[in-house]
Ligand binder design. Structure first.
Ligand code: ADP
Ligand code: MG
Length: 366
């Protein structure tokens, strides 16, 4: 559906906002896919979307949509539509007029125009709001109007740039469901940019994690959490804690020797040299209360419970090892109750080797 080949973007000067002369941005999005792009502020997410939508030009590379090279085309000649964070609606037009604006510009006959506007407003739950003005709508409703305006011309690809950033949590969840429903109902391909990794996980088929103008990893939400390939990705999506030390590899297995202990893990990052580290994942840890002086075995740590946060369905339990290393594990209500894991308790936390990941240590030196 969408192919981005070797694209880079420089807004002028030497600084590359996307890619670099050595490494360009290269990825595909499949038909009907909801593809999320996440990464910290300034990493190039909006730039990537603007290149695909045609709002700014590539410095190099090629963008293909449905097999057609669109690299040099202006936005209105591309089968895309963008929803920006700030809605960008016309205040002097009614909701219906805002939604029909693009169709009228494209000279779609009046009757068809009216029917499509009605359809689009119904899809976003605003069927009866057509005659209202922008000033008479709430933020959440305006966001829906912006969505209706984007889907009314049935774009092949819908581009969403942090469209839910300004909404409160409940509305955001509701809109997330509606985006998934829109995708299902219209079979649309969606590129969804967000800095919220939870939102990306909740709705996306695949997620691309970006940093400093590059895509570091593209995977399904589950694979991203289970097999982050770099320390940056692991920490950005909050998959667990990175432990540093001396890493030795033997085939698919890796061994980390650190002050905190010795850990055997899996090398899924494909790296055989360079700086490596180990990920202690939040999930899958076995935590039991201990009394007296127990020493930690391979793949385990003796630690103290220093913070317990209830996250609604589970507990995020922060543990501190003797070395001062802090890490968080995710425990169920039952595990907490049975284990007697109160604040200040001494515990032993252990992991199965298949859950421990050797990752590339790509964090800048502190
Ligand atoms: P994000 O959306 O991930 O926060 P952006 O794509 O907006 O990041 O920005 C990526 C980088 O490109 C930033 O360093 C930003 O300052 C720079 N940038 C974005 N737009 C422009 C522009 N029009 N002119 C110059 N630099 C820009
Ligand atoms: Mg942005």
């Amino acid at each position: 559906m969408l192919e981005c080949r070797k694209i880079t973007k420089r807004y002028g000067g030497h600084f590359y906002s996307l890619g670099s002369p050595e490494t360009s941005v290269d990825f595909d999005v499949k038909p009907g896919e909801l593809f999320a792009v996440i990464g910290p502020s300034g990493c190039g997410k909006s730039t990537l979307l603007k290149l695909i939508g045609g709002f700014t030009s590539t410095s190099a590379g090629k963008i293909t949509i449905q097999g057609r090279d669109v690299t040099g085309l202006p936005p209105y000649l591309r089968p895309t539509n963008t929803v920006f964070q700030n809605y960008a609606l016309f205040p002097h037009l009614t909701i219906g007029e805002n939604v029909s604006f693009g169709l009228e510009m494209a000279r779609v006959p009046q009757a068809e125009c009216a029917a499509r506007v009605e359809d689009a407003l119904r899809l976003v739950g605003l069927a009866s709001f057509s005659r209202r003005y922008v000033s008479e709508m709430s933020g959440g409703q305006l966001q829906r109007v912006a969505l209706a305006r984007a889907i009314v011309n049935k774009p092949a690809i819908l581009l969403l740039d942090e469209p839910l950033g300004a909404l409160d949590l409940k509305l955001r969840r509701q809109m997330q469901d509606e985006i998934v429903e829109l995708k299902r109902a219209l079979g649309m391909t969606i590129l969804h940019v967000t800095h919220d990794q939870e939102e990306a996980c909740a709705i996306a088929d695949r997620i691309a994690v970006m940093n400093a103008g590059h895509i570091l990893q593209i995977d399904s939400p589950v694979d991203l959490y289970r097999r982050p390939r770099t320390a940056f990705v692991a920490e950005f999506i909050n998959a667990g804690t990175i432990l540093r030390g001396d890493v030795k590899l033997a085939g698919q297995d890796g061994r980390l020797c650190s002050k905190a202990g010795t850990f055997l893990g899996r090398n899924n990052c494909g790296e055989v040299s360079g700086k490596l580290a180990l990920l202690l994942p939040r999930y899958g840890a076995k935590v039991r209360r201990i009394s007296g002086n127990e020493v930690s075995d391979v793949n385990s740590l003796v630690a103290t419970v220093v913070r317990i946060a209830f996250t609604g369905t589970e507990f995020a339990v922060q543990l501190e090892a003797k070395t001062g290393d802090r890490f968080t594990v995710q425990l169920t209500i039952e595990e907490m109750a049975q284990g007697g894991l109160d604040l200040g308790a001494q515990v032993n936390a252990s992991w199965a080797a298949e859950n421990l990941q050797i990752v590339r240590d790509d964090l800048p030196e502190a």
